[in-house]
Design a protein around this ligand. Sequence first.
Ligand code: ADP
Ligand code: MG
Length: 345
Amino acid sequence: SVSIDLEACGRTFAGGHTALHPLDLNIAAGETLVLLGPSGCGKTTTLRLISGLERPDPNGRVRFDQRDVTPLPIEKRKVGMVFQSYALFPNMNVAANIAYGLRIQRLPATEIQQRIDAVMAMTDLKGFGERRIDELSGGQKQRVALARAIAVRPRVLLFDEPLAALDAKLRDRLRIEIARLLKELGITAVYVTHDQSEAMALGDRIAVMHQGRIAQLGTPQEIYHRPASTFVADFIGAVNRLPVLAAGAAGRLVVHGGELHSPHLRGKRTLYCRPEDIHVVALDAAAIRGRVVESVFLGQSQRLLVDTGSDAPLQVDTGSRRQWRAGEAIGLAIPPEVLFHPEQQ
Ligand code: ADP
Ligand code: MG
């Protein structure tokens, strides 16, 4: 596996639309980097620059292990790609699809067979070699696409929303399998998705993209717990906004519904926290009080919307099985350490 460096890589298309502002990005050998962001933010363009399907604007450089590969086309970069659309040959069986790249490399037949067997075992496709592609489920097709990509022993694996077309349960299972496989192979991988839970489950690091720029680059924990901007905070899960109304007694801050203790964020005009970090407590012990507007049962938890007099209700996730009626008074507590304030608003 190789390290990848993008240097001042931008891409402006004919007509002047800038899909990607010049960006620098270093991906370590063996790392899985996830590009996460809403549709149109430049994820696929970034991936295509790495693959060689697309060239950066002048001055942009792509390096694999320090070596400049910018002029090299995709077939010279030894990358494997997996797409949402599978891109399999429907008229060939599973084994022939996997063998395709190996035949192009003119490997000996015995070697080809060994590699087919090995990657089919890795991707849980044992016994499917003779199956036609159109006899497979979506999940099986994506396993074949993955097997085909790794059979050629690429230096880098690139994924463009590979699970986006699959149903939720299958998506959860396959992303665990892909994470395991990437660790097993120790290969450098770049994985594009707009799904935040996929990004967090798969990425060693996540680059959150927004309008052709990297809004934040960090570990899943950093991105989730210390978002650099309100865009990142909102994109990665739900977030509550608590406007500070005034300074309270003993260094406390007055917010809608009560007071907060937050010594490390003194002076900020808005504080933020995640729904799961607000605790439901007894009314008489509550720092913040409000009324339940709505409760949504989510299975493993329920999300309460609590009106505290602010313009948006607080979102509160609780594992409690108690059922709340609309209008009921509720007490809340927010520990100081869960409050955050992004650098950029
Ligand atoms: P994402 O994969 O994050 O959805 P893309 O990288 O595909 O985003 O696209 C980023 C932006 O560049 C979008 O506004 C898209 O319409 C535009 N774009 C992508 N490819 C082309 C192209 N070949 N020609 C013109 N505009 C393009
Ligand atoms: Mg895309």
